[in-house]
Ligand binder design. Sequence first.
Ligand code: NDP
Length: 246
Amino acid sequence: MRFDGKVAFVTGGNRGIGASICKRLASEGADIAFIDRAPDPQEEVIKAVNNFGKRAVFYEADVTDKAMIEEVVANVVKELGSLDILVNNAGITRDNLLIRMKEEDWRAVIDINLTGVFNVTQAVAKIMLKQRSGSIINIASVIGISGNAGQVNYAASKAGVIGVTKSLAKEFANRGVRVNAVAPGFIETAMTKALSEDVREKARQLIPLGFFGEPEDVAAAVSFLASEDARYITGQVLVVDGGMIR
Ligand code: NDP
């Protein structure tokens, strides 16, 4: 129970990778606060957290709404007592070739995936810096490292997240706060189920291990980086992609 007495805050925790991260951190002792822009929490996430004997609180909040995020973070500290682990997981795709990409799709992806990380991290960091401890994990993507045709907005946002991770690691190190990123490859969630079977098959051929990862594979990497086992690791990007990019 390496997270006993700790509180984790997970954005986009209602489903997919975020839900899996909530469950994994709770299974190792953390109380969980999670937000989503959908108004209702997935009862399944709350039940799973409670089944580990841990508290779960849900807030409807959009990571692009800075004022709302600040209010939510203040409430989490009031309700759960502290904030020790932040997982910036909320993210979207709006894929298209550059020539056809609508400006609103460019802006939506940058706003949620990158500015959302700024908004939430600024609110949470104030608490972590004051308590002189904490671990921040940003969910990036291999696309932020390798780029991908048809994903300029997504690639730019995730490359930005990696830049934020490396910069904040340097900014926060002397206050005991570590900042790392996990860069998943293809993971079985709604995001990748939306791909055509043809695209999925082509993707599989690029993965040396030969299969898409599960949300739990990402959650395991997050758990490691959040833990004391990673106490000497900051500013790193842990790639979880079945060997796809080198
Ligand atoms: P999903 O689409 O399954 O889940 C994303 C979650 O984030 C949803 O619950 C969604 O809520 C929430 N969300 C979206 N926008 C906001 C917002 N503005 N404010 C608050 N919550 C929001 O995605 P995944 O689980 O697949 O992805 C999670 C993260 O992992 C993302 O950052 C993604 O980019 C990254 N990733 C995923 C990969 C994959 O293969 N699946 C690969 C590489 C990276 P709602 O239900 O309202 O939409």
